[in-house]
Design a protein around this ligand. Sequence first.
Ligand SMILES: *Cc1c(COP(=O)(O)O)cnc(C)c1O
Length: 472
Amino acid sequence: MQYVSTRGRAPALDFEGVTLAGLANDGGLYVPAEWPQFSEADIRDMRGLDYPDLAARIIAPFVAGSLTEDELTTICHAVYGDFGHAAVAPLVQMDQQHWLLELFHGPTLAFKDVALQLLGHLFELFLERRDARLTIVGATSGDTGSAAIHAVAGGTRAEIFMLHPKGRVSEVQRRQMTTVRAPNVHNLAIDGSFDDAQAHVKRMFNDADVTTTLNLGAVNSINWARLMAQVVYYFASALQLGAPDRKVAYSVPTGNFGDVFAGYVAARMGLPIERLIVATNINDILHRALSAGDYSAGGVTATLTPSMDIQVSSNFERLLFDGCGRDGAAMAAQMHAFEASKVMQLTNAQREAASTLFTSARADQTETARAMQWAFRQAGQVIDPHTGVGLHAAQAVAAAGGVAPDVPLVTLATAHPAKFNDAVERAIGMRPSLPARVGDLFGREESFTELAGDYAASRDYVLSHAAASGAS
Ligand SMILES: *Cc1c(COP(=O)(O)O)cnc(C)c1O
């Protein structure tokens, strides 16, 4: 499989190339040159496969030429044989129509593990093959950092430097990063905000002092391999609910548009998806884009759902690219104008393409809390606030007739409630406890380095502590 950039100028790469590259060098995002297709018979034939074997079946066309069938099967079993639930992504029924898809059974209790655990294994395999090393530098406000650290800890070819704003991530989130003791993991608590940390990371990628000595890698959701891994659980859940003979709808708590874009990919591959609901909090650029064509970045307001507090949604570009007939030059012009003005109108073609599958809805804090209370009282389910946003959107769209009552509507449960236990306690009066497998989180010793807030402090630390030295 070859991959092309949404901005049309970067060289086409194979799967190994896009996994290690992350962003395309023309500023665009890599997408497969065409969407692999599964027929109804192919999908019927997937019934009864366990999660690792299903993952290998779905992923195979995307990695053709870069992984052998054996390598792929081995990796899928290594990654998904080790989750906290045998089903990896179990479905839970809430009422006649509504279901939850639990994606939080990985090591750090959020759906990001499903993809990052796979990415960690892919890095090791591809770097081994190239006899190369990779220095991953990232900034986190919580979930991505811990999932990425758990994914690469103990590896021999990749090392990770994760910057977090000191004192501004929750204790659970911090401990999930700082209690991982491995020589290739470096936690840096910087004296500044998440935006400062993010700015330092971006600057390192453009700093010749860094890039000439280190082979830098990124783990954010612009990496195609992450989205690919997320396609699998749409197939897994739809199969259980009757696919391909019955359509299923999904509501997806959305920030960077990665998770819901994976649902779009599943639909393009032939999975009969009735509707994808893009659920946003009050940082609703995507809701405005999908409902009115207005994609304009505003400021970010902090909410109970920090992983969805975004100003722009990087992966939305992948949808817009399909919506303009995959015209890379037009896409580059549209995105450059947006980057300059922070304002963008979707074209009619893009709006039409999006509306065939997507509906959007937003939830404020009251609506989110109400959805969490409904789940607890009516369905006996304790859900985290991100999932609460998704459930509110699912109920609102169903009530407005946007999804017919006989279509199963699955809300993606993106984080374990214990990860956000203060917000959960405030909403339902009960404090969820951490699952036993991470239960000693508060007993384990932490390790992190505190750094001043300026760029040089972070850069110098990375340069002097990196084991890798541009071996590629
Ligand atoms: C990252 C995250 C999201 C948003 O997912 P995107 O792929 O960025 O849209 C939602 N909920 C939780 C708990 C997350 O960690």
